[in-house]
Design a protein around this ligand. Structure first.
Ligand SMILES: [Zn+2]
Length: 349
C-alpha cells in the first residue's frame, strides 16, 4: 500500500552516448511534491501579471520556462523588467504540455529564458507554433558541459517484466527521457553551474535589452556573490564527508554530488509503475552494494514507503529539494540550497 506513494519514472529513450549504459530506476517524487506554497506562488504570479499590465507597461517583458530559471532571471532583472513563468510552480516540468496561453505568450514575447539541456521538452514546438521571429531565446546552460558526467543508476527490474503495461507506456514517454539526450539537465542544483547560468542570463539580457545593462550587471554581481558564498559553504561542510553515497528517488542531484565528491545513486524504474516487493528487495541490495549512507526524499512528501524502507535499512531519511517547485523569490534558491546542504551533511554523517 505504501508503495503506491511512489511514482516511478521511466527513462524512456535509448541511451545517448553521454550516459552510462546502465538501466535506470528512478522513483520520482516530482509529482508528489505539491507544496502548500504552490497556491501562494501562483497567486503571486497572477498579481505580478495584473500589475504589469496596468502600471508596468514600459518595462521589458521577459518570459522564463520554470522555477530555477525564473529565480535566476528575477535576480538579474530586479525591478527593471517583468519576469513571467510559463510552467507555474506546482506543475511538473518533466511532464509539462504547453497550453494555448503559452503559445500566445511566446508569440508576443521579446525575450525567453530557458534552462536548456533538453529540460523543457515542450518548448521547441511551442516556440515554433508561436511564430515569433523577433523572439530572443536565452539558453541558461550555454557552455555547461554535462555530457560526460558519470551516473550511478540502478535497475530494480528488467524492462521485460513490464511488457504487459503498455497502457502506461505511452503516457510516460514524457517522463525523464529528455534528460538523457544532452546529459542530465538538473544543473541548477550545483551552485557553480548556477553561477554560470546567472552569467548566461545576465549576458543574454544585456544583449537583448542594453538600456538596462547597468542594472543587470549590478544585480547579477550581487547574486553571483551569494552563489559563491553558497559554493564555499558546500565545499567546507561536505569536505568532512568525502565519497558519501546516497540514494535519491529523483535523478536530480548528480551534478551537485559530483561537485562535492559525493555519490548519488538514483533509483529508477523502467517503465513507470508502482514499486513491487522485488523492487524494494533490489533497492535493499543496492544499498548494501554501494555502502549507502542516507536516503533522500523531497520536501512536502509524506512518504510512508520511504520511511519504512529507511527504517528497514537502518538509514537516515532526509528531504532534498530539487527546486523545480517552490517560492518565486530569488532568495528562495539560496535558502532551499542551504537546507539541502544541512540535510546532505546530516545524512552523510
Ligand atoms: Zn527533475
Amino acid at each position: 500500500m505504501i508503495m503506491q506513494n511512489l511514482k516511478i519514472l521511466k527513462k524512456g529513450k535509448k541511451q545517448v552516448n553521454s550516459w552510462k549504459k546502465q538501466i535506470i530506476l528512478i522513483t520520482s517524487l516530482c509529482l508528489l511534491s505539491i507544496a502548500s506554497g504552490c497556491t501562494q506562488t501562483e497567486e503571486k504570479t497572477e498579481q505580478t501579471t495584473a500589475q504589469s499590465s496596468v502600471s508596468n507597461t514600459e518595462k521589458t517583458q521577459i518570459w522564463t520556462t520554470f522555477l530555477p530559471v525564473y529565480l535566476f532571471t528575477q535576480a538579474v532583472a530586479g525591478d527593471v523588467a517583468n519576469v513571467e513563468i510559463l510552467v507555474p510552480p506546482g506543475v511538473d516540468i518533466h511532464d509539462y504540455q504547453a497550453t494555448p496561453d503559452n503559445v500566445r505568450a511566446i508569440a508576443s514575447a521579446k525575450i525567453l529564458v530557458k534552462n536548456g539541456l533538453g529540460m523543457e521538452e515542450f518548448l521547441e514546438d511551442t516556440v515554433k507554433n508561436a511564430e515569433n521571429p523577433q523572439l530572443v531565446q536565452i539558453d541558461a546552460s550555454k557552455g555547461i558541459n554535462v555530457v560526460d558526467v558519470d551516473e550511478n543508476i540502478v535497475s530494480a527490474k528488467d524492462k521485460k517484466d513490464h511488457d504487459h503495461d503498455h497502457d502506461h507506456d505511452h503516457d510516460h514517454d514524457h517522463g525523464h527521457k529528455h534528460e538523457h539526450s544532452q546529459g542530465n539537465p538538473h544543473v541548477w542544483l550545483d551552485p557553480v553551474f548556477a553561477k554560470q547560468q546567472v552569467i548566461n542570463i545576465r549576458d543574454g539580457l544585456i544583449a537583448a535589452d542594453p538600456q538596462n545593462q547597468q542594472t543587470y550587471q549590478a544585480n547579477a554581481a550581487a547574486y553571483i556573490q551569494e552563489l559563491e558564498n553558497l559554493n564555499n559553504e558546500f565545499q567546507q561542510t561536505l569536505s568532512t564527508t568525502p565519497n558519501c553515497t546516497f540514494i535519491t528517488f529523483h535523478d536530480a542531484f548528480v551534478h551537485m554530488a559530483k561537485r562535492y565528491q559525493l555519490q548519488q545513486v538514483a533509483v529508477v524504474e523502467l517503465p513507470e509503475d508502482k514499486l513491487s516487493p522485488a523492487d524494494v528487495k533490489k533497492a535493499i541490495n543496492t544499498v548494501k552494494k554501494y555502502n549507502v549512507k542516507a536516503l533522500f526524499s523531497e520536501p512536502g512528501v509524506d512518504n510512508k514507503l520511504l520511511v519504512s524502507l529507511s527504517q528497514d535499512l537502518n538509514l537516515s531519511l532526509y528531504p532534498l529539494n530539487p527546486l523545480e517547485n517552490g517560492e518565486t523569490n530569488p532568495q528562495y534558491y539560496i535558502q532551499a540550497m542551504k537546507s539541502n546542504l544541512k540535510n546532505l551533511s546530516a545524512g552523510c554523517k
